[in-house]
Design a binder for this molecule. Structure first.
Ligand code: HEC
Ligand code: CU
Length: 353
């Protein structure tokens, strides 16, 4: 009785409706999956040779495994359909051996070798092999939850910035990456990679951007509660613009900038007494517990992407950073009055080299 009832419910009409729903769901899922194929963080939208190689490996893998998948499904269906044969025990062993050697040894050896043929050259391109002209070196150090970026080769002496990475376009750049605390990972999806940032060890990856442009990057190894708020702004610019950007950030010029406005002398004093133990501003302090703030006014965002930089944003960060980015490593400074925070914010905003 119950069975008959169920049969009745699942009438062709209802089946069609269910099928339409399934179709719609598949369409929706496909759209969601495809939405990941473009955009600022897509490996399928490469902007450099290393990334193109990685994308090629991806397409080769997709094609190869689609063929294998269809093959396995076809065999599976065939196994259902074919007529049953009586085999002797010896025959069965022989058939089983054929499958083990063919499907278990030959097929994997062939497919893994074929993949390595594409994978090894792609990996080699990102190795720091000797070049006739040594490439620009940029050091990137991961912190919970921000990025320290250093340019040891800058013409007038080392340049330091945070949460932004400006690189020359159209030439290889060696990134020397490490970590100050836990394991992070350095990954600019549209340029290639990625590579782990390990405390106590420097890993090197060579990347190149074909053209000037802005690329998104994000820490790619879970590193604690605020891992998701560890964005890195990456911009590739022409060689000349790059040199000018570095020259603007020479220690002396930044130190002049920090004391340029007399109206902010109070804010500077507050900075030296309460912030300088963790932050550096060239000419005033040299700490590296928190991000270097010497050029903070010229950055596109704050707190690893929790706030876009605009007028008043720094004050907003100072007042709300523990709600914007809970348990980040900067202690709450809510005990300070609004006027102090406002002038601190306004002064920091003038630090635009
Ligand atoms: C105990 C160390 C410490 C002290 C003291 C401290 N900070 Fe911070 N600050 C940090 C850390 C760590 C971060 C990074 C937080 C994050 O994004 O995860 C930070 C982030 C910031 C940022 C955002 C930087 C960026 O690149 O987006 C600003 C601005 C800032 N601090 C200003 C201040 C000011 C002004 C003071 C003094 C009133 C201060 N901080 C005191 C550790 C400190
Ligand atoms: Cu992380």
């Amino acid at each position: 009785m119950r069975e008959r009832y169920l049969y009745h419910v699942a009438s062709p009409c209802i089946q069609r409706v269910a099928l339409r729903r399934v179709n719609r769901l598949i369409l929706l899922l496909t759209m969601l999956v495809l939405a990941g194929c473009a955009g600022d963080r897509s490996i399928l939208d490469p902007a450099g040779q290393a990334a193109r190689d990685v994308a090629l490996v991806w397409w080769v893998m997709l094609t190869f495994f689609t063929v294998v998948f269809i093959g396995v499904i076809a065999l599976w269906l065939y196994a259902f359909k074919r007529k049953h044969h009586e085999h002797t025990a010896a025959q069965e062993r022989k058939i089983a051996r054929r499958w083990i050697i063919g499907g278990g040894i030959l097929l994997p050896v062939f497919s893994v070798s074929a993949l390595l043929m594409f994978g090894i050259p792609a990996g080699k391109r990102m190795l720091p092999l000797p070049l006739s002209e040594p490439p620009e070196v940029i050091e990137v150090i991961g912190h919970q939850w921000w990025w320290e970026v250093r340019y040891p080769g800058a013409a007038g002496g080392e340049v330091v910035t945070s949460n932004q990475l400006i690189m020359p376009a159209g030439e290889p750049v060696d990134f020397h990456v490490t970590s100050a605390d836990v394991i992070h990972a350095f990954w600019i999806p549209r340029l290639g990679g990625k590579v782990d940032m390990l405390p106590g060890r420097v890993n090197v990856i060579r990347l190149e951007a074909d053209e000037p442009g802005i690329f998104d990057a994000q820490c790619a190894e879970f590193c604690g509660t605020q891992h998701a708020h560890m964005d890195l702004y990456v911009e590739a610019v022409g060689r000349e613009e790059f040199e000018a950007w570095l020259a603007d950030r020479q220690g002396e010029r930044l130190a002049e900038l920090a004391v340029a406005n007399d109206e902010f002398s109070q804010a500077r004093e507050t900075f030296v007494s309460t912030c300088a133990a963790c932050h550096s501003v060239a000419g005033l302090s040299t700490a590296t517990i928190g991000p270097d703030l010497s050029d903070i006014g010229a950055r596109p965002m704050l707190g690893g992407g929790v706030l876009p930089m605009e007028e008043g944003a720094i004050q907003y960060w100072l007042e709300n950073h523990q709600t914007l980015k809970p348990s980040n490593k900067m202690p709450s400074i809510n005990y300070m009055d609004t006027a102090t925070l406002e002038s601190l914010g306004a002064w920091l905003e003038t630090l635009t080299p």
